[in-house]
Structure formats: C-alpha cells, structure tokens
Design a protein around this ligand. Sequence first.
Ligand code: SPV
Ligand code: MG
Length: 290
Amino acid sequence: MSKARLLRDRIAGRGLAHVMAAHSPLSAILAEEAGFDGLWASGFELSALYGLPDVSLISMSQHLDMVRAMAEQSSLPIIADIDTGFGNAINVIHAIREYERAGVAAVVIEDKTFPKVTSLVADGRQDLLRIEEFQGKIRAAVATRSDPDFLVIARTEALIARLGEAEALKRAAAYEAAGADMILIHSKQKTPDEVESFVRAWSGKIPVVIVPTAYPEMNEARIRALGKIAIVIYGNHAIRASVTAMQDVFARIIADRGIHNIDKDIVSVEEIFRLQKMAQVKADEKAFLA
Ligand code: SPV
Ligand code: MG
C-alpha cells in the first residue's frame, strides 16, 4: 500500500490525522514512537536546522535529501512542505515527480510568490500569486502525480497576508476547482477565531488542514467540534523542543563547570544506541564476522 493510501486511510479511520513536524531522521523516529499519524517535512524546521531563516534559501535537493533520509527511518506517511513549488508550474511538475519518487504521501504548495517569506514573522512581506497562476500550479501538480492517492494540498496565505476571510474563501474555492485534494488555511492570529470562522464559512467539498502554532488552544476537541478538518499539523514543535532542551543543558554545563549534574537529567547513551538500532549491529557481528 502506498504511503498516500495509508494517510488517506488513517484520515478516514480516525477522522483527524495528527501530524508532527520533523527536521531529521532522528526526529522522525521519535515522532513515530510517540504515536503521531504522519510527519510534516517542514521548511521552517529544516531552515532552522541549518541556522537559516525560512525565506526560500534551502534548495529543493537539500529538502529532498532530508525527506528521503526521514523516509528510510520512519514508516509514517510524510507530508512534504514544498513552499511555493520552487518556481512556476514548470518547477512544480519537476518537484512532484521528485517528491513522489521519494515516497512522500502528500505535498503542500503555498500561494505566495517566490522567494517566500516565513509566515509567522511579525510584519513579514507577504506577496500572493495571482489566483490563476496558482491554479496553474495546482493543475500541474495534479496532472503530474502518478499515484491518484498522492495528495496535493493547496495552502492559502490570504489570512497571513491580511487580505481577509472573503479573499481566503475565494482562493480556497478556486484551488478546489483546480483539483486540490485539501485546503491548508494558515493564520497567525493568537486565537482560533480567524480559522474557526473560515472553517465555518467554508462550503467546499474538500477538507481543511490547519497549523495551529500561533493559536495553541485549538486542541483536538475544538478541531473535531468544527468538523471539516482532516489534518492538524504541529508545525515547528520538534525544532523548538530541541532548542529548549539544548539551551537548558548547555547553560547548566557551563554554570556547573562540568557534566556531573545534568547527566541524570538527559537520556542515557544506551537510549541513543537503541534509537540507532545498535543491537542489530551486534547481532550482525555474531552472524557474519568470522
Ligand atoms: C513550516 O513548518 O515550514 C510551515 C509552517 O510552513 S509555518 O512555519 O508556520 O509557516
Ligand atoms: Mg513552510
């Protein structure tokens, strides 16, 4: 069964898929062990991993390399964040071929101009593509996929660009008409109101995807009460959790002038061996080293 079919089945079976951001094979392994339904190959997280802002600096091949490495270590379906699709509809055609070959279940393409500016930054420059041009990108993606289950998710940044709900609804409807399988509506309002209002007003047939980073009180109960939402993406909590942990431990080692206090508060080396599947190496040594 393809990963795309798996993701569709999970959504159908559970009503809502919980998808965790990942920026490395290790974070993908941890997300799967924790029990998430899928992985979000986040452009923001990968940019941050390289110490770079999320403004179209990471190349498609850098992102693809990481997606492939994550896919090798996790059986979860991956939703690839392909930003603006790396250019126009021609670039989208190439990207869909590559990402489908890499084994991802879905892509999210956003209606900003290239190069994009990260969505959650205060007063970010947020320029949107003409609707017709973005429809062309969605049509190109849908026409290019070889697995009909492969999900093409159209993301509108109309609320992020402060163009209002009417523009967001108009764009979402246009993207559905172009063949999108789902609409990702993004918002950086501190409360769920803006997204809740959009979802209530949404009269399309395709479901909605949300990324409630800015409005964290939007929990599962509130999402299910709204209906229409198929996927919730926890957009940057893997990289933020890593930063929290490293800042804390690094500061304590400096303050303590040694590792004597923190040792009991972090995972053991054996736990890293487990995640690396070191036991298998030992078994292989027994079996094959003569
Ligand atoms: C990402 O995680 O790369 C996203 C979500 O696109 S956000 O950073 O909130 O735009
Ligand atoms: Mg992104």
